[in-house]
Write a protein that binds this ligand. Structure first.
Ligand code: NAD
Length: 292
């Protein structure tokens, strides 16, 4: 059974996940490169350590919440990283959004050394993480999942075992490819409404009671767009990464997805006006250049 959990990456998602695990009775150890994030974690009952190795010695499971697949790879392979320092069997629950190829490679590497690995990206944002209400999409084998189950259940209201290693990230990239498109189409739709002389709020009410609705219209617009708050806690740069990874996956599979490719071009072409650090819901306010 898992009693001690390490959370690596105490950012917008990692910190509230760590706090949720601590609240639910796990002994939680946290590591982040940023001293500020470690201080915040410490204030929430998490033992925050200044070195990765200090955490790895103590834990039965590692929840990773890092920006990129290559950051997770570094956590595993770096000297004084997981392969070097874990002295008992560790199960890695990788909640970072990454490409399926990296997940499969890490899962095979960890398995060859007796450790477990699940790609377990999440949806639901910082609020979902704080409430233990995330949706988790899992790739990996049944044995690893049954070991990790108590941690999965503490973090997620819904967990779908999508398939073998990599399948969780395939599902997550497809989810985010849809959200990335919805942000652009909703922005365009409500600009059109206003131009036609009808208030966006009124059209939004209609759409949300009709068939054009999505998470963007139902949740994002009221909470973050029309309120003018733009503080969802998900950075445009991370969404740009996800859209790029979905496009790479399509290219590798030789699939032409013309609309999705255009969505990816709009995300990558918007970096100057919508910097990586901006909230991703600001995409609704971005006017993409006219192609004609
Ligand atoms: P974030 O940038 O807020 O947090 C990442 C944290 O990792 C930072 O605190 C950073 O200092 C730390 N970090 C970076 N490299 C590190 C390393 N090598 N070792 C230790 N710490 C390191 O990002 P986030 O929004 O929490 O997202 C984390 C992951 O979850 C990303 O893959 C993202 O795409 C995904 N995600 C985010 C959300 C969201 O709403 N924010 C939702 C679902 C999935």
């Amino acid at each position: 059974t898992i009693e001690t959990v390490g959370v690596v990456g105490l950012g917008n998602m990692g910190l509230p996940m760590a706090a949720t695990l601590a609240r639910k009775g796990f002994d939680v150890w946290g590591f982040d490169l940023s001293e500020e994030r470690r201080r915040l974690a410490q204030a929430q009952g998490i033992h925050a350590v200044p070195e990765l190795a200090g955490l790895l010695r103590r834990v039965d499971a590692v929840v990773a919440s890092l920006p990129l697949g290559r950051d997770v790879e570094a956590m595993v392979r770096t000297p004084a990283g997981l392969l070097d320092r874990a002295d008992r069997r560790v199960i890695v629950l990788d909640t970072s959004t990454a490409d399926a190829t990296t997940s499969r490679r890490l899962a095979a590497l960890l398995a060859s050394r007796g450790h477990g690995h699940l790609d377990a990206p999440v949806s639901g944002g910082p609020a979902g993480a704080a409430g233990g209400q995330l949706t988790m999409m899992i790739g990996g084998d049944d044995e690893d999942l049954s070991l990790a189950r108590p941690v999965v259940e503490a973090l997620a209201a819904r967990a779908v075992h999508v398939g073998p290693s990599g399948a969780g990230n395939v599902a997550k990239l497809i989810n985010n490819m849809l959200v990335a498109a919805h942000l652009i189409t909703n922005g365009e739709a409500f600009r059109l409404a206003e131009a036609a002389g009808v208030k966006a709020e009124a059209v939004l009410e209609v759409v949300n009671a009709a068939t054009g609705r999505s998470a963007v219209s139902e949740a994002f617009y009221p909470k973050w767009v029309l309120s003018g708050r733009f503080d969802s806690g998900f950075a445009a740069g991370l969404m740009r990464k996800d859209v790029g990874l979905a496009a790479e996956m399509a290219a590798e599979l030789g699939l032409a997805l013309p609309l999705s490719r255009h969505v990816a071009e709009i995300w990558s072409g918007s970096r100057e006006e919508l910097p990586d650090g901006a909230d991703f819901t600001r995409m609704t306010r971005y006017q993409a250049p006219d192609r004609e």
